[in-house]
Design a protein around this ligand. Structure first.
Ligand code: PEP
Length: 253
């Protein structure tokens, strides 16, 4: 695990202004948890409000459009997200790849847009259960990443990779620790090949897929698991902070 684990909450399409106290509670606790880096990606509508509400945690977006501006009804650009107070953007999430048919080229175009807006990137990758059962998980994930990494301007701490097996997201199923460790090791090798030993080692690799306080400690203790991307369990300060505590091996996690 990284010296300072990175725990990121993805609120997905959840969160009204009534959720702001939850963000504040997470932020206040994070101020006392300096050994963990905590961040939240609320929906677009709450980015500015969460940004104003918090002092310690990072705030990001869950997606951006690939274009700079113009006639794209209903879309939000990377520059708009940055203007609202976001420091990072999650790209290539499997829910967007599936529901919005985002392919590797689209993800690459969004990476370029995020680069231009100065946003850090959390780049998601992950295989379906079918692909895993066919024994092609590693090839598939590394293929997704190779395509995307060629477009990344800044690696090191500006880039985070999130390995999220599609079948583990929101299902309550987590990948076996041995499989997580093997995939993260393969991703690390690719990062070092792509960016060199020093920068490639600095890129954080998060695991995502039904992480909760009860399973976080075992997952986060694995080699090359530098933190977690958390969906459902990030919606309450109590469970999200339980994961943050588990990341540093706190007994009360
Ligand atoms: C996610 O959406 O990135 C995710 C990991 O969701 P969950 O924790 O709910 O599986």
């Amino acid at each position: 695990m990284a010296d300072r684990p990175y725990i990121v909450g993805n609120w997905k399409m959840n969160g009204m202004r009534a959720m702001l106290p939850e963000a504040r509670a997470i932020d206040r606790a994070a101020q006392r948890l300096m050994k963990v880096e905590v961040a939240l990606a609320p929906p677009f509508t709450l980015i500015h409000a969460v940004h104003r509400e918090v002092e310690q945690i990072g705030v990001g977006a869950q997606d951006c459009h690939a274009g700079r501006d113009g006639a794209h009804t209903g879309d939000v650009s990377a520059a708009m997200i940055a203007d609202a107070g976001a420091k990072f953007v999650i790209l290539g999430h499997s829910e967007r790849r599936a529901a919005h048919r985002e392919d590797n080229d689209m993800v690459a175009a969004k990476i370029a847009a995020a680069n231009a807006a100065g946003l850090d990137i959390i780049l998601c990758c992950g295989e379906s259960l079918e692909t895993r059962d066919e024994g092609r998980a590693e090839d598939f994930v590394l293929g997704q990443l190779r395509h995307a990494l060629a477009h990344v301007d800044a690696a090191g701490e500006r880039l985070t990779v999130a390995y999220e097996p599609v079948w583990a997201i929101g299902t309550g199923r987590t990948a076996a620790p041995r499989d997580i460790a093997a995939m993260h090791a393969a991703i690390r090798t690719l990062l070092v090949e792509s960016f060199g030993a020093e920068e490639g080692a600095q890129v954080r690799i998060l695991y995502g897929g039904s992480v909760k306080p009860e399973n976080a400690r075992e997952i986060l203790a694995l080699e090359n698991v530098d933190g977690a991307l958390v969906g459902g369990a990030s919606l309450s300060a109590e469970s999200f902070l339980g994961i943050a505590h588990a990341a540093i091996g706190d007994e009360d996690a």
